[in-house]
Structures are given as C-alpha cells and as structure tokens.
Design a protein around this ligand. Structure first.
Ligand code: NI
Length: 182
C-alpha cells in the first residue's frame, strides 16, 4: 500500500469528467482502492475520489464516523466503503445546508446545499451491484464525492445553487463566526 499525492483545487485533473471503471475487481483497481483508503485515513478525510489522486476513473471511498453521522435511517456509522461507477439520484426536492471540507481544498470549509436524501446504485470492490438510500450526512458525503467524478468541486456547487459565500472560509476563521453566532 502507498500514500498517494492529493491534487489541490486548480489542478486540471479535478475538472475532468472521469471514465467508467471496466473491471472493478481487477488487481490494479483493488490496489488503487487500498491506496486511496490509506491516503484518506492518513489525511484525516471522510471521503476521497479517484480524480483527487490523479486517476480519472469513476470510483470513490468514504467512511461515516460516529461523530459525524446523525444516526437516522440511511445515516448510520460505517467503516470504509468503496463505490465504483456510482449513479446518485435525489429523492425528493429538499436541500439542506451543511459544512463541508475537501482534501483538495485544504484548510477551508463552507456551508453547501445538498439533497437531504439520495438513491445510489453502484458496484462494490468485488464488482457486485449495490443499491441503497442515503440521507443527511451520508447523502452529503456521497454527493460531494460523486461530484468529483464529474469535475465539480464544492465552491462550484455553491455557485450553481446561489449559496452564501460568506459561509466559505478557513476553518480557524469560521470557528469565530460560529462562536459569535452561538
Ligand atoms: Ni472533495
């Protein structure tokens, strides 16, 4: 296993439409997934998409720490998961604001609108079909990572939805805002 270099915002690999994975259980894909998990954990992230490690393929890894999930249906804690060739569709129209960071935009975060519930189809690391619904934090992580496969970073999602860019900044500075608001 190896820790991979993470591309930062501005690198063209983050703006590409990623290609489908032909053989999810091929040895090179298994190795990539293992390296991405190690890289995500080393960086302290909750998700990492292949384009972020300079591989323009449609797959991502994520985890759902107990401290982050709400614990409701579709939002339970989970160890690392891999989704290959995912398709993510909103369930209902409701969007909610929530704080997001990104390993490709280090040190910053923002309040980003996302669908509260999504339906996901994908393949797992063995190439087996997966189908599930995700809600709340789980839905947010899946939408954020899936956006990476289409060359979309969260500030672009904010711009597309008319989000409030005053809620975009460095972690340390935003903690003042939250302290002031509380
Ligand atoms: Ni990201």
């Amino acid at each position: 296993m190896a820790i991979l270099k993470i591309a930062r915002i501005g690198h063209p690999v983050l703006l590409r439409q990623a290609e489908p994975v032909g053989e999810p259980d091929a040895p090179d894909i298994r190795r990539l997934v293992a390296d991405m998990v190690e890289t995500m954990l080393d960086a302290g992230g909750v998700g990492l998409a292949a384009p972020q490690v300079h591989v323009p393929l449609r797959l991502f890894v994520y985890r759902l720490p107990p401290s982050r999930v709400g614990g409701g249906p579709g939002d339970e804690p989970s160890d690392t998961r891999v989704l290959i060739n995912p398709v993510v569709e909103p369930v209902g129209d409701e969007q909610v604001l929530g704080w997001e960071g990104c390993l490709s935009i280090p040190g910053l975060r923002a309040a980003v609108p996302r669908y509260d519930q999504v339906a996901v189809t994908a393949q797992d690391g063995n190439g087996e079909p997966l189908r599930f619904e995700a809600s709340a934090f789980h839905a947010r992580v899946v939408q954020h990572e899936n956006d990476h496969l289409d060359g979309v970073l969260y500030p672009m999602r904010m711009a597309a939805t008319g989000a409030d860019f005053r809620l975009f900044g460095f972690n340390e500075e935003l903690s003042r805002l939250e302290a002031g608001a509380a």
